[in-house]
Design a protein around this ligand. Sequence first.
Ligand SMILES: [Zn+2]
Length: 467
Amino acid sequence: MKKEENPPSHKASTVAKAMADKSEGQGQLMEKIISLCKRRGFVFPGSEIYGGLANSWDYGPLGVELKNNIKQLWWKRFVQQRDDMVGIDAALIMNPKVWEASGHVAEFTDPLVECKKCKRRFRADHIDPNYENTKVFDQKIKCPDCKGDFSEPRQFNLMMKTFLGPAEDKASVAYFRPETAQAMFVDFKNVLETSRKKLPFGIAQVGKAFRNEVTPGNFIFRTREFEQMEIEYFISVPKTDAEWEKIFEYWKEEMWNWAVGDLGLKKDNIHECECEPQNRAHYSKRTIDLEYEFPFSRSELYGLAYRTDFDLKNHFKDGAPYHDPESGEKSYPHVIEPTFGVDRSVLAVLCDAYKEEEERVVLKLKPTLAPYKAAVFPLLKNKPELVEKAKAIYNDLKNDMMVAWDDRGNIGKRYYSQDEIGTPYCITIDFDTLEKGEVTVRDRDTMKQEKVKVADLKDFLSKKLNA
Ligand SMILES: [Zn+2]
């Protein structure tokens, strides 16, 4: 139920200052990334032909590939390759009692102030840096847009409300889940009974969540509809702090390994940040954020929390849900929760990969993440024998990987076009292919070209792509 993703040192006035301090180049960088995303089909403004919808974004043909690659890699690493983890895919609208038990109905709120003159709304804690501590809004602060006076703050629940069935009355109120976590607690017994897992073990889920943010923004960083990859890792009731701390540290390392190893983010761009007790969600005994140096500010990428037995105790009031298979002892397992934002992962990957080099813009994506692994070009599109051979190679590669086809313009333009979307290898079919059975393979990062036998091409690529 953590609401404020930015730690206190990055809030309000400090955020404004940090934004001002960030060079103009950083602001431009964000603009360039947004522009590339739109131009090449990674991310479009949502509902654009109707004038858009504030802060809604659609993943286009390349964006969906990048996003799916991230999610699949995560699932493979954290679920399929582990013996102590299973996955679920729960309904996103749950019984409203779930959100009463979890505390969301009562406490998942942000303080909201409204400008009396222009009616614009702000979060009280964003506009008054002392609000977090004092809980009193400083009325000397005026609207940054029109200098009008602000209303007193009121608590605004972030859950998105809807009605099930035709009657829009109190009995049919339901909520779109504000986090994926609760389903892992609610389904705990069913998962346990069907999977026969023993402590420690985890349940993972990837899916959409919804929060009626007062002020979303920064492209796909903060949106009202977003996607999470979450793990609830259940452990025996710890007898000492050292017991849970050890597992907490383990997951922290795993999160670093994922960010740096799997996503290829630069270590220097990631920071670990301990949440102060007053800023932690009430259930959490310890929270660490991994923050990323986004062009707009240093902001939360991932979070890790020790949720104690808070959740299972709330949902299983009639009795402990875990029975130790050996001792038969009943208990409420404790929970370590690593949370990963999907959209934030995509954004961090794009920011990290974006490079401008002399004549070209290049996305230096890890090959595992790149939408296309290779592109195939016939040297000349008016030579049917070249086109035919190129098509054969293209069709064959398509069985194993995502491949792009391009026969427009000259080879230089095609390279430029593939560099900009991060395609690791470009394969040109020329007259040597017809005569000697060789293609020219060009490497995105080094721009070096080498001749490879058609017969060896798949082996060559699979070695390079999995390196
Ligand atoms: Zn105003």
